[in-house]
Design a protein around this ligand. Structure first.
Ligand code: CA
Length: 309
């Protein structure tokens, strides 16, 4: 059966960070450039959002709590209370500040983030976006945040993205979009250490030229689904065999930004996209800047973890 692609939300500027909340059975995501956190309930098809006054790069619910979230706001990891309905949040509390080491790095912002199965937050940063859509290179870093402590794992990152863990929890998959690769690292879930970063998949070697790896997720067969920014597609690659492209799902949107499994069986792939100017190229809605849902992919996702204090 061919996959079915549906457009579920339109007119998003830079959709990112889709997170399926298993307990509430709803999808959260951000629109970075519109500075909003968003909620979509597939059972009612209701879409709500709340506005901030700075770029917001991720929203992850707090485990076991209602209306409480960890959110990436500029260079700050913050705690937010939001009822999921209002266009303003009720409370914002600072948890940690990143990249404040120099005047140059203070132009950075947080980017993609996810939690591991212990509820530890993993979040990366990137350099400032210039007028033509280009990003100041090698300015970003990669952090974890747990037990109210921030830990920097590495720097010299272009655009911190990706993030998925292997089923046995022994590997972390990571993307620096500007490097054009999907990397893997050894992961120690007991203490949150990562080591031995090496390349799993190279876009150039697989004839994926002109596009960048962005967000990704993993399925129960341990294949990775990777959003291809500027590539009109999501690709499926083998996480256990290097440089192995398994499948390509074409999409009308050029700037495909991230993917997350959702639905009651975790067999629906939610895909975010964007429609912002890069090198002066105008991308019109609704093909561009929509949230898509893809079904009939013949597999299902591993569950996503919420944040734990
Ligand atoms: Ca991203």
């Amino acid at each position: 059966m061919a996959p079915k692609i549906e457009r579920i939300i339109e007119n998003i500027e830079l959709g990112e960070g889709p997170h399926w909340d298993i307990s509430a059975q709803v999808l959260y995501f951000v629109d970075i450039f519109s500075k909003t956190i968003n909620k979509y309930d597939p059972s009612t098809k209701k879409h709500t959002k709340a506005h901030f006054d700075t770029y917001v790069s991720f929203i992850i619910p707090v485990e076991g709590e209602v209306n409480k979230f960890v959110v990436g706001l500029g260079r700050h990891i913050v705690f937010v209370v939001w009822d999921g309905e209002s266009d303003k949040v009720e409370e914002i509390k600072m948890l940690a500040e990143v990249d404040h080491q120099s005047p140059e790095s203070m132009e950075n912002r947080l980017n993609d983030a996810k939690c591991d199965t212990s509820g530890r937050l993993w979040a990366g940063t990137m350099g400032v976006e210039k007028i033509n859509g280009q990003v100041k290179p090698n300015m970003g870093s990669f952090y974890s945040y747990a037990d109210r402590k921030l830990k920097k794992h590495f720097n010299q990152i272009g655009i911190s993205n990706g993030l998925a863990w292997s089923r046995d929890n022994k590997k972390l998959f990571y993307i620096d979009s500007m490097k054009g690769t999907i990397d893997q690292l050894d992961f120690d879930s007991s203490n949150g250490d990562i080591s031995n970063r090496r390349t799993l998949f190279t876009f150039e070697k697989n004839q994926l030229n002109g596009c960048l790896p962005d967000g990704m997720t993993i399925d129960e067969d341990e294949n990775l689904w990777v959003a291809c920014f500027n590539g009109n597609k999501v690709i499926k690659i083998d996480s256990k065999n290097p440089e192995t492209l398994l499948d390509t799902i074409s999409l009308p949107a050029k700037q495909v930004t991230s993917v997350a499994w959702g639905g009651s069986n975790l067999d629906e792939l939610y895909v975010t996209s964007a429609k912002f100017l890069v090198d002066g190229i105008v991308l019109n809605p609704p093909d561009h800047g929509s949230i898509y849902k893809i079904t009939g992919l013949g597999t299902k996702g591993l569950p996503m973890s919420n944040f734990r204090f």
